[in-house]
Design a protein around this ligand. Structure first.
Ligand code: SF4
Length: 437
């Protein structure tokens, strides 16, 4: 038995990949320990989506090497997949594993522990159209409230700023049968909410013209007895099928929350980004969604300071974002990624200007977010409780993804879904009272 310590950087898909790998080690009789303590094996699941992600990945690798120079240092994920030679050149790294072959990670680590060698073991494979979806079981060692089930991998969109298609490879999807079995297993383990995630979730099944679609995946989950809630991870606005919205209207278990990345509210910039919509199209889709599902929360991502974005373009983005009424907007200053087309685009925006624009968008977000929360006061919502918040309160999430705090009277509400009346918004948090029948 070895002591295994994981560190994860980046997105929810990466977190889900780590949770699956942790499961594999536990099932093979190994022990999971804190990354801050002594371990025999340190596994760093890396991120390269921004320069910061990549820098933090490198720092974490060095931290692990310093902590225990005799430990096995394994680097996995998007960094070795996109820059294998660079990672191998870090003295002290023993093994690199890309974004495939992680189902074999336990065997690879065990073999390496048994036969330590000085050269770095390279398990990074080219990801091609024939690469299959790696069907690892979802992680289940958390607090049993929300389970993240990865059903899709890869992306064929190639937005000009994005490194992800190079890091994650082409589209591939988990089979409906595997989605059904995994959902059954997670529900039996006690999970209340299933969150379907993927790199390009809306393209679920689209690698095969006759394949299933995201709607089929959603139906498959909802048809499993015992599922109390289903939520979707990020997807593109143009991939929200009308029948998905109909299902959301009809089935209260399907959470009324969609994360639809906007990235820019200026058509010139959207085109340069190679995004699959115009602002007019995005607005029409948004209006249709809000019409059909009035209490839905729409969250989004916006990039500030894309190359060529002028002051006027940025103002257009601000006005457009304000008019969309997002419940939350995540803002990212543009970060040029090596090997992407945007890295070489003319019209680079200065760092200080990017920051200034991100701050302005941040203020717009604050106003929209507060307006959304204030409008929820007086409404009733089903809250899935997660954890205590201080001595008296418990916190949980509504179906439309808002955090609510209720007085718990000392009761452990963890894992319960209860009806709550939203009673107040203090400018930061929502408060509520459990509705007793
Ligand atoms: S859709 Fe665009 S932003 Fe999203 S992963 Fe694919 S290339 Fe990146």
């Amino acid at each position: 038995m070895a002591k295994i310590a994981f560190y994860t950087l980046g997105c929810k898909v990466n977190q889900a990949d780590t949770a699956s790998m942790e499961n594999l080690f536990l099932r093979s009789g190994h022990q999971l320990v804190s990354f801050d303590g002594e371990a025999d094996v340190y596994i760093i699941n890396t991120c390269v989506v921004t320069n910061t992600g990549q820098r933090k990945s490198r720092q974490t690798i060095h931290r692990a090497i310093r902590k225990n120079p005799n430990a096995l240092i394994v680097v996995t994920g998007c960094y070795p997949q996109t820059a294998a030679e660079e990672v191998k050149a870090i003295a002290g790294v023993d093994m690199i594993i890309g974004n495939q072959d992680r189902a074999q990670i336990v065997q690879l680590v065990e073999e390496r522990l048994a036969h330590r060698q000085t050269d770095t073991l390279d398990a990074v494979h080219k990801l091609t159209a024939s690469t299959a979806f790696e069907e690892m079981a979802a992680g289940d060692i958390t607090d049993k409230t929300r389970a993240f089930l990865k059903i899709q991998e890869g992306c064929n969109q190639f937005c000009t700023y994005c490194i992800i298609p190079y890091a994650r490879g082409p589209l591939r999807s988990r089979s409906l049968e595997s989605i059904r079995t995994e959902t059954q297993r997670l529900i039996s383990a006690g999970f209340k909410e299933i969150v379907l995630i993927g790199i390009h979730l809306g393209c679920y099944g689209k690698e095969n013209p006759d394949g299933p679609t995201l709607y089929d995946a959603v139906k498959t989950v909802l048809d499993v007895p015992g599922v109390q809630r289903l939520r979707l991870g990020s997807l593109e606005s143009v991939e929200v099928e009308p029948r998905l919205l109909t299902l959301m209207q009809e089935d209260a278990r399907f959470c009324r929350h969609l994360h639809l990345p906007l990235q820019s509210g200026c058509d010139k910039v959207l085109q340069a980004m190679h995004r699959p919509y115009t602002t007019a199209k995005f607005k029409t889709l948004l209006a249709d969604i809000k019409n059909r599902v009035p209490d839905i929360a729409i969250t989004t991502d916006v990039i500030a300071g894309f190359p060529g974005e002028t002051e006027a373009d940025f103002e257009t983005t601000c006005k457009f974002a304000e008019s969309c009424g997002f419940s939350k907007m995540h803002i990212f200053p543009f970060s040029a990624r090596k090997g992407t087309p945007a890295e070489k685009f003319a019209g680079a925006v200065m760092e200080a200007v990017k920051k200034e624009r991100a701050d302005i968008l941040g203020k717009i977000d604050e106003t929209m977010h507060k307006t959304f929360l204030q409008a929820m006061v007086g409404q009733n919502a089903e809250v899935l409780f997660e954890q205590p918040a201080g001595e008296d309160y418990f916190e949980g999430l509504t179906g439309n993804y808002q955090r609510v705090f209720v007085k718990s009277g000392g009761h452990n509400l963890g894992g319960e879904i209860l009806p709550v009346k939203i009673t107040a918004f203090d400018g930061e948090k929502l408060f509520g009272e459990i509705i007793k029948d």
